[in-house]
Ligand binder design. Structure first.
Ligand SMILES: C[S@@+](CC[C@H](N)C(=O)[O-])C[C@H]1O[C@@H](n2cnc3c(N)ncnc32)[C@H](O)[C@@H]1O
Length: 362
């Protein structure tokens, strides 16, 4: 039994005893006594009911608070869900906009893929191209080897002709190639030039001097060089080969010269002005990088100093610039003709055309 229940029973017992005592003392009727005794349990029942009612109300209150809290949580979830739905709507709208362009891109991609050759076809083409490249590379290397071998042969013949007994400077590249040097050697031997003028010093300067000595020609080489360090290096090799008697390397800085209304940079007049009786003119400078037709002035400026039998050699005819220079030379001097020689860098030999023999009939 709980303490409250014990108290209620005690109070009821007390009330009943008090009601009975009052009825005896007040000589109350039986009905009044019954009512008085019954009032106790009735009030106790009412009090008990009131107390239970309050307990239920308190429980309901607590549940209401809980419900309020859950409602608030649900409402905040609802707000966030609405925001998410709004964002998804935006994306959907964006995708809808993108849809047509995506479809176009896909179509374009499909068209490109359709246009591509089939895999087997592509592989076959790839193999054919690779085979073609290999074949052409092999042919190119074979041609290159052959040409290099030709240069070696020319160099070998040149060494034999020149009676070389000391190391010689390199050929090819910036210097003359062996096949041209061999051509110069044949010209020197055949023409026996008393004066050789060279435009642009280097390996050829030394060879020309050696060939004069070798063929015992009473001649000399005057080499015009615009770049002072190359004057010194060419001169040093001349001295090393005891060729000072045959070769002179002249420092001839470039200066402006006007011809046919065009200004060129060419070797200083002081360096060549007194030269006359040129039997061989070798034009291998100034460098082409100086400008268009950089070698053009050689012929117009020196043509009147050539002997009637003189030969003019123009190197690097492989270049369009030199080809144009040759055309201009020939156009300006119809009395000269040119033979084009196929060499590594090609060259042209210019000579005066022999006048027709007097009194000859055809
Ligand atoms: C085409 S090269 C002349 C080459 C020369 N006739 C020969 O056959 O060796 C023209 C210019 O090259 C320059 N040169 C000379 N020796 C050189 C060298 N060792 N390296 C680079 N350039 C040089 C000189 O200024 C020369 O006038």
């Amino acid at each position: 039994m709980t303490p409250t229940r014990a108290w209620v029973l005690l109070a009821l017992a007390g009330w009943s005893a008090a009601a009975a005592a009052y009825s005896v003392l007040a000589r109350a009727s039986a009905g009044t006594t019954v009512v008085l005794v019954a009032l106790g349990p009735l009030v106790a029942g009412l009090v008990q009911a009131h107390r239970q009612h309050r307990t239920v109300l308190a429980r309901l209150d607590r549940q209401r608070v809980l419900l309020d809290r859950q409602t608030a949580i649900l409402e905040s979830h609802a707000v966030r869900s609405e925001q998410r739905v709004a964002r998804v709507d935006e994306h959907v709208e964006g995708l809808a906009d993108l849809g047509p362009s995506l479809a176009t891109d896909l179509d374009a991609l499909r068209t490109t893929l359709d246009a591509l050759p089939h895999r087997e076809e592509f592989d076959a083409k790839f193999r054919a191209t690779a085979a073609d490249i290999i074949t052409r590379t092999r042919k190119g290397v074979a041609v290159d080897l052959l040409l290099t071998f030709r240069q070696l042969e020319a160099l070998h013949n040149l060494y034999a002709l020149g009676g070389v007994d000391r190391p010689m400077p390199p050929t090819r590249g910036w210097a003359s190639s062996p096949d041209l040097l061999l051509l110069l050697a044949t010209l020197v031997e055949r023409e026996e030039p008393g004066l050789i003028v060279e435009c642009g010093s280097g390996t050829s300067t030394l060879w020309l001097g050696m060939l004069l000595r070798r063929f015992e020609i009473k001649g000399r080489v005057v080499s015009l060089e615009h770049h002072e360090p190359f004057v010194e290096s060419a001169w040093a090799t001349v001295l090393r080969h005891d060729l000072a008697e045959y070769v002179e390397v002249r420092y001839a800085p470039l200066e402006p010269v006007e011809l046919d209304g065009t200004t060129y940079q060419w070797y200083s007049r002081r360096a060549w002005d007194h030269l006359d009786g040129i039997g061989l003119l070798f034009v291998d400078g100034p460098p082409g990088e100086l400008g268009r037709h950089a070698r053009f002035p050689a012929f117009p400026l020196l043509v009147d100093r050539l002997t009637p039998e003189a030969v003019v050699v123009l190197d690097d005819l492989i270049r369009p610039d030199e080809q144009e220079v040759l055309e201009r030379w020939l156009a300006a001097r119809p009395g000269y003709h040119a033979d084009r020689v196929s060499l590594e860098k090609n060259a042209a030999l210019l000579r005066r055309t022999s006048p027709p023999a007097q009194g000859r009939t055809s």
